[in-house]
Design a protein around this ligand. Structure first.
Ligand SMILES: C[S@@+](CC[C@H](N)C(=O)[O-])C[C@H]1O[C@@H](n2cnc3c(N)ncnc32)[C@H](O)[C@@H]1O
Length: 318
């Protein structure tokens, strides 16, 4: 016969459902897990319903979007996009399989890198593949937009001989506090970030708005543009990066939307794409786009598809 423990005596160890024999009776401990899950799901649903009720006129549009997503998810051929992605990597002289293997090995040892609460992005495979290419000499890296510092830490693991400089807005500024849900518990966020950034002495961090890159003189071999994604900031970041990159260096720009209808200064915009196209038209750069995500939910709708741009300089004519 199965017994359940006294609810009042349940403590943290009962988070994981498990069986226990006490005085020849088989007990099943699972309350905290189930109650936690039910509570957080109910709170999430209540918040969602309240948010929707604030703008009832948007509800039909949202329902239609969900239906459109469901239909396109069914039709999505993931293998087709994996093949396309492989081809773009090949064009860039990169071995995507090798990159994936190295990344998987690293993440076996650093499991926290898998649990960031953000869906997996192919930029990590791109970094990993770059690190596997012995023709490239990547020593000095600049990251614009540190967030929680996990990516800077990953870079330090991939590029063993590199120095990584990473910059983010000052944490007392409104744009830092009001985006990325950091205001709820900013100290916890900063603690997590400090933890990642202190894991390697090859990482240096500066609290500085990327506009100030205008005064930087140092040259980098790899620049990761991942700060604000809209106008005017991403355009300035791209121009500054072009000035700061070594001739053979690589600039990568995250979250490139190519046909976005809703636009904002921080998360989503066509700003990077439009800026890169103008620079390409002028013969200053070349760029390729890789798919940022390959899972059906993120990639099946063309209008919501995001890319990572890989940018190289076109040598100046003498
Ligand atoms: C998408 S997150 C960066 C993610 C991180 N690079 C990664 O790969 O995990 C964007 C970060 O850029 C920062 N940011 C936004 N505008 C910025 C600016 N003008 N200068 C520096 N950082 C900025 C934000 O505060 C945020 O932490």
């Amino acid at each position: 016969m199965l017994f359940f423990p006294d609810f009042n005596k349940i403590h943290a160890s009962h988070h994981i459902p498990h069986f226990k024999i006490i005085n020849n009776k088989l007990y099943f401990y699972c309350y905290v897990t189930i109650i936690n899950k039910v509570c957080s799901f109910s709170i999430y649903m209540i918040k969602k319903i309240l948010r929707n009720l604030k703008k009832p006129q948007k509800i039909p549009g949202k329902i239609l979007s969900k239906i459109e997503l469901a239909i396109n998810k069914k039709k999505y051929d993931k293998n087709l996009f994996i093949n396309k992605q492989d081809q773009i990597f090949k064009k860039l002289n990169l071995d995507r399989d090798l990159g994936q293997k190295k990344l998987t090995e690293i993440k076996k040892n650093y499991k926290a890198l898998n649990n960031r609460g953000i869906p997996f992005s192919e930029h990590e495979v791109l970094f990993s593949s770059l690190s596997c290419n012995s023709m490239l000499n990547i020593n000095e890296i600049l990251e614009i937009g540190t967030y929680d510092g996990a990516n800077a830490f990953l870079l330090s693991l991939l590029f063993k001989n590199s120095n990584i400089e990473t910059i983010d807005l000052e944490s007392n500024k409104d744009d830092f506090k009001n985006f990325y849900n950091r205001n709820d518990d900013i100290n916890k966020f900063l603690e997590l970030r400090n933890n990642y950034l202190s894991k390697s002495d090859r990482i240096s961090f500066n609290e500085i708005n990327s506009i100030n890159l205008i005064n930087y003189k140092k040259k980098y071999d790899l620049i990761w543009i991942d700060g604000a994604h809209g106008y005017p900031m991403v355009s300035m970041d791209i121009l500054n990066s072009i000035r700061l990159i070594n001739d053979q260096g690589i600039i990568m720009c995250d979250d490139v939307w190519i046909n976005n209808i809703v636009s904002d200064k921080m998360y989503s915009s066509v700003a990077a794409y439009e800026t890169l196209n103008e620079l390409k038209k002028e013969g200053l750069i070349n760029f390729d786009l890789i798919f940022k995500r390959l899972d059906a939910s993120s990639n099946c709708l063309e209008k919501k598809r995001k890319f990572v741009a890989v940018i190289s300089l076109i040598p100046k004519k003498k």
